[in-house]
Design a protein around this ligand. Structure first.
Ligand code: AMP
Ligand code: ZN
Length: 462
């Protein structure tokens, strides 16, 4: 089975053939760092993390480069800093830290490179210069604007007619635009807004538009043409369409990336996209406070990535129960089991996670009958998808945020356990150990260094 991916650009599922199998290159549009991310953003992270893992498995971990950017220049960030009365860098640094914790909480591997927009301003101004030189951009009123009619096949990714695009653009047409579809590459900054020396002979300082940030970062880290570009479905137009226009016209290439992949929306209620602006969101942080990260990850992968995913509490609950079973069965399994072909085939078929999870259920049933091969295979297959990343004890000891431990009760239970051990009632002493583990308390038995007497200490495990 070879890897097949659905390509938004061609509207077909295609066999994936990397430009260079020793360096497979993918880019995904990362977060704008002004606030906690929500679980819709989490879906995008988990989907492209799964793709990263499948590519690493297929081509070798050292042969895949994954670039996921941090957008740290954006008007939403400026607005948040002004609202809080703090420096812009305070907002972006804090939010980036929170984002890293949330991504790790959902068991996402760190990308190979994580470029920040503020570190790539020179690359952005260079693209502006190139585009003006080649007649694809012009300067007007302190802005650099992309000249959409200069690109004959603009709109191929989103497959929109010029009329449709013009109708969309007309809502807010600035007088300095030659065509209503033209979009901003660079704009002037007012005092107090972040600013850099402008390109193309513009005297006033300015800042980049959003789309050019990704063109500059992708080009710098992955080259003028690379393999896969991804993001949520809402980014197809205008963001990805405009990235393509900028990169292709600046470099004179036929494509920017060969494969364009887009995840569907996570829906708060049937048909309603979860988003910050609608206020119908759950943050990844809230999810991680209420359920183990792996349960959230499994819930996010329960639908095929291109389908909408209606979010329910039940989904997280069921995912957690499924993982309970996987964890128990894999606890004493070998570490060198084979990935089940049914699971791998499903993933290679355009990341068909519902089919992969169904195959895991079959494997789980075999493992439950005691087959050690099935157990080892269950473990290897789950790990490929980013599950079973901790021990059974740690998994069992997970507690929701805000749950505190009653220390008097812990001490009483430890004393009862020691008494049970003294009378050699090991069933009872094990039962008490399990009861404590369920409270998130892990015991350590040993000899007191000074007195030489047997003693039990404890710690909490999350
Ligand atoms: P944003 O910070 O809004 O630019 O979003 C970051 C990433 O999350 C982008 O790739 C979006 O397409 C994606 N995204 C935003 N909202 C959702 C949603 N409700 N469901 C799935 N993906 C989303
Ligand atoms: Zn982007």
């Amino acid at each position: 089975m070879v890897l097949q991916l659905y390509n938004t650009l061609t509207r077909r599922k295609e066999r994936f053939e990397p430009i260079d199998p020793t360096n497979v290159r993918m880019y995904a549009c990362g977060p704008t760092v002004y606030d906690f991310i929500h679980i819709g953003n989490g879906r995008m992270l988990v989907v492209f993390d799964l793709l990263f893992r499948v590519l690493r498995h297929t081509f070798g971990p050292e042969h895949v480069t994954y670039a996921r950017n941090i957008t740290d220049v954006d008007d939403k960030i400026n607005a948040r800093a002004a609202e809080e009365g703090v420096a812009i860098a305070d907002v972006t640094e804090r939010t980036t830290r929170q984002f890293h914790a949330d991504a790790a909480g959902l068991l996402c591997l760190p990308p190979t490179v994580e470029p920040r927009a503020t570190g790539h301003i020179d690359e952005m101004t260079a693209i502006c210069e190139l585009l003006v030189e080649k007649g694809h951009a012009y300067v007007a009123a302190g802005h650099v604007l992309f000249d959409v009619p200069s690109m004959p096949d603009y709109g191929r990714l989103s497959n929109r007619s010029v009329e449709e695009m013009e109708a969309g653009a007309r809502v807010d047409v600035a007088p300095y635009k030659r065509s209503p579809m033209d979009f901003v590459l660079w704009k002037p900054s007012k005092p107090g807004e972040p600013s850099w020396a402008s390109p193309c002979g513009i005297a006033e300082p300015g800042r980049p538009g959003w789309h050019i940030e990704c063109s500059a970062m992708a080009g710098k880290h992955l080259g003028q043409v690379f393999d896969i570009h991804g993001g949520g479905i809402d980014l197809v137009f205008p963001h990805h369409e405009n990235e393509i226009a900028q990169s292709r016209c600046a470099h004179g290439t036929a494509v920017m990336a060969n494969v364009w992949m887009h995840n569907g929306f996570l829906e708060a209620e049937a048909g309603e996209k979860m988003s910050k602006s609608l206020g119908n969101f759950i943050t990844v942080r809230e999810l991680l406070d209420q359920a183990p990260g792996e349960a959230g990850r499994l819930a996010l992968l329960s639908s095929h990535y291109r389908q909408p995913l209606p979010w329910t509490e039940r989904l997280v609950f069921d995912s957690r129960r499924t993982l309970d079973l996987w964890y128990e069965l894999a606890a004493d399994a070998d570490d060198d089991g084979e990935i089940a072909p049914e699971v791998l085939d499903a993933l290679l078929d355009d990341l068909n996670t519902p089919r992969a999870i169904a195959a895991m259920h079959v494997l789980r049933a075999e493992a439950a009958k005691g087959s050690s091969d099935a157990k080892a295979s269950l473990k290897a297959s789950a790990r490929l998808m980013g599950f079973l990343q901790s021990s059974l004890e740690t998994w069992r000891a997970w507690r929701p945020a805000g749950v505190t431990i009653d220390e008097t009760r812990v001490d009483a239970l430890i004393t009862a356990r020691l008494e049970a051990r003294k009378r050699k009632d090991f069933a009872e002493s094990d039962r008490i150990r399990d009861e404590l583990a369920a409270m998130g308390v892990q015991l350590k038995d040993g000899k007191n260094k000074e007195t030489g007497e047997f003693e039990t200490t404890w710690e909490t495990k999350r």
